[in-house]
Design a protein around this ligand. Structure first.
Ligand SMILES: *Cc1c(COP(=O)(O)O)cnc(C)c1O
Length: 236
């Protein structure tokens, strides 16, 4: 695990940023090409404030009900909010315009609902397409083989801005097990980019969590979503 043992939040952040920088350099990618999204589910405001003071600039939340009071409590802080959990269609209205980026758009229907709500709100909502790389029945997400056909329809939504792909590989304690999934997500983005739909960009790759973010960076992640390695193990 890319996790220091028992560090303070600020020590953990320094460690994670250093690991990211190292993996970025190792693979000859430009410095600053990877952003750290701190996953803050079940983390309280005090700890989050400590994290912001120690350099966090992007916070990722899974659940709307948990996120909204935090967003209110941290209003004015120099941070971006990203939505990283499963989003139900009926909650799209509350998410649009509140989060700078939605990582987890997993169906055309959800994208169309976001389109509708973004139009009402008079804005363009940035999002990533979540890919179910293995076609696991228990997981949501687009199948890789359906995305090629759906991309023109996603690109035709004027109030939606597709910026990239996101994936969550099957859980494993060995980060090397995740490497082929990360590589496939990058290759899928490259393949789909050849369609060159002008309104669709697939430059962002959101992949890698506490156990495997260094490997994800080596394989091309532009955003890693890290919780435990920063805030410690979650209670409950
Ligand atoms: C919780 C969560 C993370 C972070 O997981 P850790 O293993 O705690 O780093 C990343 N992505 C999503 C979608 C999550 O729900």
């Amino acid at each position: 695990m890319d996790v220091p043992v028992g560090g303070s939040i600020s020590e953990n952040i320094r460690f994670v940023l250093e690991q990211i920088r190292h993996a970025t350099q190792q693979t000859g990618r430009p410095e600053g090409s990877v952003r750290l999204v701190a996953a803050t589910k079940s983390v309280g405001l005090e700890q989050i404030r400590e994290g912001i003071a120690s350099g966090l600039t992007i916070l990722g939340e899974n659940r709307l009900q948990e996120a909204l009071p935090k967003i209110e409590g941290l209003r004015g802080a120099p941070i971006q909010w990203h939505f990283i959990g499963h989003l139900q269609r009926r909650k799209a209205r509350s998410v649009v315009g509140v989060f700078d980026l939605i990582h987890s758009v997993d169906s055309l229907e959800l994208a169309e609902e976001i389109e509708k709500r973004a139009q009402e709100a008079g804005l363009r909502q940035a999002l990533l397409l979540e890919v179910n790389l293995e076609g696991e029945a228990t997981k949501t997400g687009f199948r890789p083989d359906e995305l090629e056909g759906l991309l023109p329809r996603l690109g035709a939504l004027p109030h939606v801005e597709v910026k990239g792909l996101m994936a969550i590989p099957p859980p494993t304690s060995d980060p090397e097990q995740s490497r082929p999934y990360f590589r496939r997500l990058r290759e899928l983005a490259e393949l789909l980019s050849r369609q060159s739909i002008s309104s669709v960009s697939l430059k962002e790759l959101s992949m890698g969590m506490s156990s495997d973010y260094s490997v994800a960076v080596e394989e091309g992640a532009t955003m890693v979503r890290v919780g435990t390695a920063i805030f410690g193990a979650r209670r409950g």
